[in-house]
Design a protein around this ligand. Structure first.
Ligand code: NIG
Ligand code: FE
Length: 440
């Protein structure tokens, strides 16, 4: 097609053209303020271009708009990849903003225990749960954990995920936490998916400190945190603030100690009971608070005022059979940014699929498909402090995209239990096609 005369052509090495719906989630929408996460009714505004195309060069988006506009603007390089997206939806790569991806072993027996009536905290209290994964993970080598992690990232990517947050927390000693965090660092290095690292030494009290939670908290603050900082292995610090695990006071001390070293706070809060974790998140200016099934009204309001992202994990509610989901609607109505993530871990959420999370959010939380798309892309990106780079399709942003086998986004959370991702583009490179990895 001829170029517009007088205009400088934009070079492109990737062109996805003619999508039925190109879901941009562009920042510039009325009533949402500047370039932040989508809040309130803005979550339903996906800034869709029908019959849209997007072009990238060297991993970044260089043009986006109606197909004829983009075609008129760009000049393809000789080796450019052109993808026909007719009849398909194209949207930003999914951002899985909360996982515990690095562990060894498996915990299928807990499905049975829970079916027989044991609760999650009872299993943990009797030395199982997280602590059984700690034993298996301590026994595993760096290379074994790395191999497992890479395989899991492959599966996530085939389901549309292009950025993943990963927490430590199955080591619970200086050496073992460092081992996990080095695996997280290497996953980022060796896999196309971008990996964001969170230190979570305060995930449980290890057997060596049984009955001495205070002693373990001090160990996390005095020994683990400085060692993590020394090697610069984490960007965030997280704590499991829950009755019988770490109290609000202990969580505050750990998160403040992390913050003093430059690790930004996040918190597993109010999951099994209302402890005041949401309020703490607001008070210390946490980037996000997670789970939040029992967050109080006051806590929700304070989180909204402080701009803390509510990171909601419906796959966990589903797996634990809690008969309850976080009140996503209350967070949205309060104006709190809401994100959704897998919480992938061997105990409470053995799923690697953000599509399953979307199913659970639609059915369990009664969210609208547009709210679900906002929560798994742009809001999740902001919840990881990466809203300027990923989560929406705009010129200058990283070319992380998913092509889905449907012509309307409404069908994405509706299709249950199957992978409807056709292609994944990571940093401008096709890495998944036909739902399968492309070997290169
Ligand atoms: O987010 N709640 C604490 N941590 C994880 C579960 C980890 C595990 O059970 O291994 C969660 O659900
Ligand atoms: Fe978690």
């Amino acid at each position: 097609m001829p170029m517009n005369t007088g205009e400088q052509a934009i070079r492109a090495d990737l062109l996805i053209e003619d999508a039925s719906e190109l879901i941009t989630l562009a920042a510039d929408i009325p009533g949402n303020g500047a370039a932040g996460p989508r809040v309130g009714s803005s979550m339903r505004n996906l800034a869709i271009i029908s019959g849209g195309s997007v072009a990238a060069f060297d991993g970044r988006i260089v043009a986006i708009g109606k197909t004829h506009e983009v075609r008129g603007k760009v000049k393809l390089t000789s080796n450019a990849q052109v993808i026909d997206a007719k009849g398909k939806v194209v949207l930003p790569g999914f951002v899985d903003s909360h996982t515990h991806l690095v562990f060894a072993g498996s915990r299928e027996e807990e499905f049975i225990q829970r079916a027989e009536g044991k609760t999650y905290l009872e299993i943990l209290g009797s030395g199982g749960g997280i602590l059984s994964t700690v034993r298996a993970t301590r026994d595993a080598t760096h290379s074994h954990l790395l191999a497992l992690g890479l395989k899991n990232l492959d599966i996530m990517m085939c389901h549309g995920t292009t950025t993943v947050e990963v927490k430590s927390g199955y080591g619970l000693s200086v050496d073992e936490e460092l081992k996990i965090l080095r695996v997280i660092r290497d996953l980022d290095k060796f896999h196309p998916v971008d990996v964001v690292s969170t230190f979570m030494g305060a995930h449980a009290v290890p057997a060596e400190y049984a009955g001495d939670t205070e002693g373990y908290v001090q160990h996390v603050i005095d020994d683990q945190l400085p060692a993590v900082k020394e090697e610069n292995l984490a960007e965030f610090c997280d704590v499991f603030c829950e009755k019988g695990v770490f109290s609000v006071g202990q969580s505050r001390r750990i998160l403040e100690a992390g913050l003093a070293l430059g690790l930004l706070p996040r918190i597993h809060a109010d999951e099994m009971g209302s402890l005041g974790g949401a309020e703490l998140a607001a008070e210390i200016g946490a980037v996000s608070a997670e789970h939040l099934l029992y967050a109080s009204e006051d806590g929700i309001r304070k989180m909204a005022e402080a701009g803390v992202t509510a990171m909601l994990l419906p796959a966990t509610s589903f797996t634990l059979g809690l008969g309850r989901y976080a009140d996503a609607r209350a967070f949205i109505q309060a104006g709190c940014p809401v994100a959704l993530a897998t919480d992938f871990n061997p105990g409470t959420s053995p799923t690697l699929s953000m599509q399953f999370v979307m199913n659970a959010a639609a059915l369990g939380m009664k969210l609208h498909p547009a709210e679900i798309i906002s929560a798994t892309t742009v809001n999740a990106a902001h919840g990881l402090n990466r809203g300027n780079l990923i989560g929406s399709l705009e010129v200058g942003k990283v070319a992380d995209m998913v092509v889905v086998n449907t012509d309307t986004y409404l069908r994405i959370p509706y299709k249950l239990g199957i992978n409807i991702v056709d292609k994944v583009i990571k940093r401008g490179r096709l890495v998944v096609s036909g739902g399968r990895l492309i070997m290169s």
